[in-house]
Design a protein around this ligand. Structure first.
Ligand code: DGL
Length: 262
């Protein structure tokens, strides 16, 4: 496997671009293939078995296409499919999960808020995460149905997103949470809007940087670090034209987006 092959990064949509941003900051020389499974956005309300099968299909297609490693830049896909993906492919796989462990260490009030999709919060993996690392604090798990897809379809600054945030953040502020875990990769796009709805000094945690460090470790251990020249391919299972408008806004430049089917 030549080290110049791309690292594949995938999400249900454009949330994983927050992880890609951290990856490109830490590993700018790598080549990347970013896949947004927009045709099936949102993942957050899909059955677990569907997400598992879809995740394995995507992983196998990415491996066939020559990816040298795979980053599951989606908490929901990780919760449903990470184990099945690891079992199905030889590729080094980096998965992410909500930062409950650091949040439980950081909180002073003893109350931690977790914002994530319904599917993530209902998963065994999330229950284990809380049981293993946050038993000594109060964890308020706030499901945010509709938030990821509304961020993509209406825009992060839209009134529709503001209304959802009002509803989802108020219970965390009322309960005295001083750390809020952004347990879905779409939510860093609205981090400022979340911070505005919480008391000053509230810590917001996302996992992009930790994922980038873990990716570096894994590639290094596999002898696959470096070798690229910072090339990025953006692909979607949906209509490239529709995704492109949002991507251009996020990158602040015109980007090429191609169609890709796993
Ligand atoms: N970005 C995804 C996550 O991290 C999921 C959003 C969705 O498709 O519901 O959980």
């Amino acid at each position: 496997m030549p080290a110049s092959q791309p690292i594949a990064v995938f999400d249900s949509g454009l949330g994983g671009l927050t992880v890609l941003r951290a990856l490109r900051e830490r590993l700018p020389q790598e080549n990347y293939f970013y896949f947004a499974d927009t045709r099936f956005l949102p993942y957050g309300d899909k059955p677990e078995v569907f997400l598992r099968e879809r995740g394995v299909l995507i992983a196998e297609a990415l491996a066939r296409q020559g990816a040298k490693a795979m980053v599951i830049a989606c908490n929901t896909a990780t919760a449903a499919a990470a184990e099945a993906i690891r079992a199905a492919t030889q590729l080094p796989v980096v998965a992410l999960e909500p930062g409950v462990k650091p949040a439980a260490q950081l909180t002073k009030s003893g109350v931690v808020g977790v914002l994530a999709t319904t599917r993530t919060l209902h998963s065994d993996r999330f229950q284990r995460l809380v049981g293993n690392h946050a038993n000594h604090v109060r964890v308020l798990a706030q499901a945010c149905p509709g938030l990821a897809d509304t961020i993509e379809h209406e825009g992060a600054d839209s009134p529709a997103v503001g209304k959802l945030l009002d509803a989802y953040i108020a219970p965390l502020a009322a309960a005295g949470a001083d750390v809020v875990v952004l347990g879905c990769t779409h939510y860093p796009w609205v981090a400022e809007a979340i911070a505005r709805r919480m008391p000053a000094g509230t810590v917001l945690l996302d996992t992009g940087e930790a994922v980038a460090r873990q990716t570096e470790r894994l590639l290094s251990a596999a002898g696959l670090l470096g070798g690229g020249h910072g090339h990025l391919t953006l692909a979607t299972s949906g209509a490239p034209q529709q995704v492109k408008a949002t991507i251009d806004r996020l990158f602040a430049q015109s980007m090429h987006v191609e169609h890709w089917e796993p």
